[in-house]
Design a protein around this ligand. Structure first.
Ligand code: F1P
Length: 351
């Protein structure tokens, strides 16, 4: 079995570990910070980890009511004036699966040495890396580490971890309960997700794929396209579904596959979008908590759950779609072109 496929399937196991371990890890960190006094929460990452940051910031803000933003790690030390709050009490989560990505380390080092009002918390799947040394605190998730270059279980497990932290900060037990149900919910829809991903992934009918998502699903839509780019070398794009009608819809034709990652918040507006997409010839696949009358295909996921708790469950389908597409066009998902597990800047050599 391919490494990538095995890691996609291992997600519920890794989520259970996170649900079991993160509360006590956070309790250790929380002793040293005054969470009530925190005025801004900054999430940062590179590549897949940036998309974790985007959905984590959205989740944190909705769950805790605290202001949160997501930025690429490089912007923290290259454009601090527009990315790092100058005052207040700031928590900065530095997200990096490897714990060794140059920009993540540079951002952590920069914040720690120049911004005393910012507390840095690393989050990584590789224990004992430089991330722990560069940050004030570090959340290490060895159970989500990966052999594959492409990030799958590390994405969802680090995102889940940050959602758990948000619940703990806000004392939101009901949201935490929803998160605890995710490992079982994964199993409930896996077979449907796998079948649909295989059918669409192996179909020669499409030469373009667009992911649409808003709110917490925007980062996931970006991640869906990144999986396709990495595993299949194809061009694809992600948009907010309502924004998509304002220009980008020009690229839609009969060979376009559109994956709509739906939430309850936009339900009243989505029929318009679906109608337009179909009118221009696209095949529309709705992934979400209700059967969408305007879509060609629906994958029912997480009925009855909140938009935030459900959004993690959209990833396995997106990961599997890229996986099956790669196999169908003769590529090895475990060996993505031009990629290595860690991106290192030469400028750091000899530091
Ligand atoms: C993330 C990243 C991935 C990319 C590749 C290299 O780095 O850039 O997005 O797919 O696997 O690593 P990090 O999370 O380890 O900092």
């Amino acid at each position: 079995m391919s490494l990538t496929y095995a890691e996609v399937l291992n997600q519920p196991t890794s989520w259970k570990e996170a649900l079991g371990h993160v509360p006590s890890i956070w309790a250790g960190i929380a002793q040293s910070i005054d969470a009530d006094a925190v005025s801004h929460v900054l999430f940062m990452g590179s590549g897949t980890s940036l998309y974790i940051a985007q959905t984590a910031a959205q989740s944190f803000m909705e769950i805790t009511g605290k202001t949160a933003t997501a930025v690429p790690t490089s912007e923290v030390f290259l454009s601090p004036a527009t990315t790092v709050p100058r005052s207040g009490t700031v928590l900065a989560f530095v997200i990096s699966r490897s714990g060794t990505t140059s920009e993540a380390l540079l951002a952590a080092d920069y914040l720690r040495t120049t911004h005393p009002h910012v507390t840095t918390i690393g989050i990584t799947c590789n224990p004992g890396t430089e991330m722990a040394a560069q940050c004030d605190f570090c959340i290490e998730l060895p159970f989500a580490t990966e052999k594959s270059v492409v990030m799958t279980q590390s994405f969802t497990t680090m995102l889940l971890t940050l959602q758990i932290v948000a619940c703990l900060v806000a004392n939101n037990e009901s949201m935490l309960d929803e998160l605890r149900r995710l490992p079982d919910a994964f199993g409930d829809h896996l077979e449907d997700a796998d079948q649909l991903a295989r059918r669409l992934g192996t179909s020669p009918a499409f030469d373009k794929t667009i992911y649409l998502g808003l709110g917490p699903n925007q980062g996931l839509a970006e991640e869906g396209t990144l999986k396709l780019k990495e595993m299949t070398q194809s061009s694809c794009e992600a948009y907010n579904p309502l924004e998509f009608r304002h220009g980008p819809i020009s690229i839609v034709d009969e060979r376009t596959l559109i994956i709509l990652l739906e939430g309850m918040r936009e339900r009243a507006y989505i029929a318009d979008v679906e109608r337009d997409l179909k009118r221009h010839g696209a095949c529309v696949v709705a992934v979400g908590p209700y059967l969408s009358a305007g879509a060609d295909e629906c994958l029912l996921v997480g009925e009855g759950s909140s938009d935030l708790a459900r959004c993690l469950l959209y990833l396995p389908f997106a990961q599997l779609l890229a996986y099956y597409r790669a196999l169908a066009i003769g590529l090895d998902p475990d060996r993505p072109r031009n990629l290595s597990p860690v991106v290192v800047l030469d400028v750091l050599d000899g530091r």
